[in-house]
Design a protein around this ligand. Structure first.
Ligand code: ATP
Ligand code: MG
Length: 577
């Protein structure tokens, strides 16, 4: 994985190919040493981790080279845009730690684009076409054969100007006519076969209201948005590589026959690979389907690969930025392991998350020889973070009855099981050695309670006689712990590549029905006052964060990521034998 990600970085400079282009441009003075980028989301959904890659790139290079980066809403499509999405996009960019130089809307340029379109008609480079959408496609033909020219291609400039004006005035119904560029119907690049520039759409726009009933197509609009903002490096994903000739053609067409001082700015489009992640999908349309079909609980469901989902899951912006930096920029699409992203979170939280004890699936343990004075018990010292000397210690209450994980007890222990079992002595973290003396079962034979004795001499966790135990387990006081709902997550999809499905099925067939498990856990009391967004390591269980639905009366935690679980591997190995 690492070798693959590094291959596109220069050996001598460690720079990816985009930063190498920028440094070359700065050396040659191509843009006068200026670096101006933009992040251009369409506000038709929440941002996902793929967008984070683009954000880190665009805002990142602007920061590194003292340039600017605009947040520009690509709102050329009137039907789908919503205020909620706009808000979420801004919150996500800010949360990732970036500041835009300007916040702009593509729709603010509609007037200018319209004038450019008239100019192209006058230059004989565009025409109004009366073909239906189906016929436009039919005439375009397959890439292997030249297409057929529209019968309207050679109508007069005056007629096209008049019809374009009437299109704008709303005289024609949706789809009746289009404005098309006159390029080359035999180009092997289909994008150059007289592409549509404007379509008729009688639809109100969130910004321009009912002013327009013709809307620019993406390819026509995008280059001018960049041009008007004097973007230097227009960074986009690989699927636009085939559109670059068109991007350049449109700007050149406006500049044709214009005197030098009237020429419009011509940015450089550079393409990089999209991010794909295993066990999830990075497509706003598909994520919207999950939300609409209520297969998840909203865009910020902690299982979603959205920036807001990761935030609610407990991810830090630092972990996401470190991940994006690590995967770097490449020229070929690939899929990155989800585990790699998780490792960046583990690394980050390992350094800064305070440690706490919590029991997810409680089993009652009574320490029969411990007298806790009617429930008062005692307070034991626990270390807040062994990775951070300044994090200090806290007190955890210990009482006669405690909870341990059901998983930490086996009546009949398998080989190499070093946790509690009849006759076996283990260490209770920060507390004492205990030894199992007896088990209590219900009528159907399930263990409901485990009885142990403790050794008072082992207070703090070590035996003065040097006696060793093989296992250390976590616990909480039964009376003094607080109940909480803890949500445990598995991948949203059963398959690493959710789009690989048998004939006749779609990606939804790969949804994992068990991606969310809710447990009634017990937490050490200091967690009762934790605030939404606070992050902790629950010892031996992983990293957890307080959910936005949490309240002091009913705490709710999300597991962000597990710790590396050596035992699970061990168990698999022994199961195979
Ligand atoms: P989706 O297919 O999920 O809707 P999109 O490309 O249509 O994504 P936009 O809102 O147009 O979404 O994207 C804004 C910017 O983010 C674009 O420059 C786009 O190239 C980039 N981007 C989107 N998805 C990814 C991804 N998976 N990896 C890297 N960059 C991405
Ligand atoms: Mg898009």
């Amino acid at each position: 994985m690492d070798a693959k990600h590094e291959e596109n970085k220069s050996e001598s400079t460690g720079l990816d190919f985009i930063r190498r282009i920028i440094e070359d441009d700065n050396r040659t003075g191509k843009w006068g040493g200026r670096v101006a980028t933009r992040f251009p989301p369409e506000p038709n959904g929440y941002l996902h981790i793929g967008h984070a890659k683009s954000i880190c790139l665009n805002f990142g290079v602007a920061e590194e080279y003292g340039g600017s980066c605009n947040l520009r809403y690509d709102d050329t499509n009137p039907a789908k845009e919503e205020e909620e999405y706009v808000k979420s996009i801004e919150a996500d960019v800010q949360w990732l730690g970036f500041k835009w130089s300007n916040k702009l809307w593509a729709s603010d340029y509609f007037d200018t684009m319209y004038e450019y379109a008239q100019e192209l008609i006058r230059k004989g480079l565009a025409f109004v076409c009366d073909l239906s959408a189906d016929d436009v496609a039919k005439f375009r033909g397959p890439p292997t054969r030249p297409g057929k020219e529209s019968p309207w291609r050679n109508r007069s400039v005056e007629e096209s100007l008049d019809l374009f004006d009437r299109m704008r005035k709303g005289e024609f119904p949706d789809g009746a006519r289009t404005l098309r560029a006159k390029i080359d119907m035999s180009s092997p690049n289909l994008n150059l076969r007289d592409p549509v520039m404007y379509r008729i759409l009688h639809e109100a726009h969130h910004n321009t209201g009912t002013k327009w009933c013709i809307y620019p197509m993406y390819d026509w609009a995008h280059g001018f948005e960049d041009s008007l903002e004097k973007i230097t490096h227009s960074l986009c994903t690989l699927e636009f590589e085939n559109h670059r000739p068109l991007y350049d053609w449109f700007i050149d067409a406006v500049n044709k026959d214009r005197p030098k001082e009237k020429q419009i700015w011509h940015p450089q489009q550079i393409e990089f690979a999209r991010l794909n992640l295993t066990y999830t999908l990075l497509s706003k349309r598909k994520l919207l389907t999950l939300v609409e079909e209520k297969r998840v609980n909203g865009w910020d469901d902690p299982r979603m690969p959205t920036v807001s989902g990761f935030r609610r899951r407990g991810y830090t912006p630092e972990a996401i930025r470190a991940f994006c930096k690590h995967i770097g920029m490449n020229k070929a699409d690939s899929t990155v392991e989800m585990n790699l992203l998780e490792n960046f979170l583990r690394d980050d939280l390992n350094k800064r998350a305070p440690r706490r004890m919590a029991v997810l699936k409680p089993l009652k343990v009574v320490i029969t020889n411990y007298s806790d004075g009617g429930g008062a018990g005692e307070e034991l010292d626990a270390i807040n973070n062994p990775e951070d000397a300044n994090a200090g210690t806290r007190k955890v209450p210990f009482t006669r009855t405690i909870y341990i994980e059901q998983d930490d007890f086996r009546e009949v222990p398998p080989p190499k099981y070093f946790r509690l079992a009849p006759g076996v002595e283990v260490r209770l973290r920060y507390a004492y050695f205990i030894k199992c003396t007896n088990v209590v079962k219900d009528a159907s034979g399930n263990v409901t309670e485990v009885h142990c004795t403790y050794d008072p001499a082992t207070r703090g966790g070590d035996a003065p006689d040097g006696r060793k135990v093989k296992g250390t387990i976590h616990w909480v006081s039964a009376e003094k712990s607080v109940p909480a709902e803890v949500r445990l997550y598995d991948p949203l999809f059963k398959s690493a590549f959710p789009e690989d499905v048998p004939e006749g099925q779609d990606w939804r067939a790969n949804l994992n029905p068990n991606s969310l498990e809710r447990v009634e856990a017990r937490l050490e009391p200091s967690l009762a006052t934790a605030q939404p967004g606070d992050r902790f390591q629950f010892e031996r269980l992983g990293y957890f964060t307080v959910d936005k639905e949490s309240s002091p009366a009913k705490p709710v935690f999300n597991r962000s990521v597990t710790l590396k679980d050596a035992w699970a591997k061990e168990e698999k190995k022994t199961a195979k034998k």
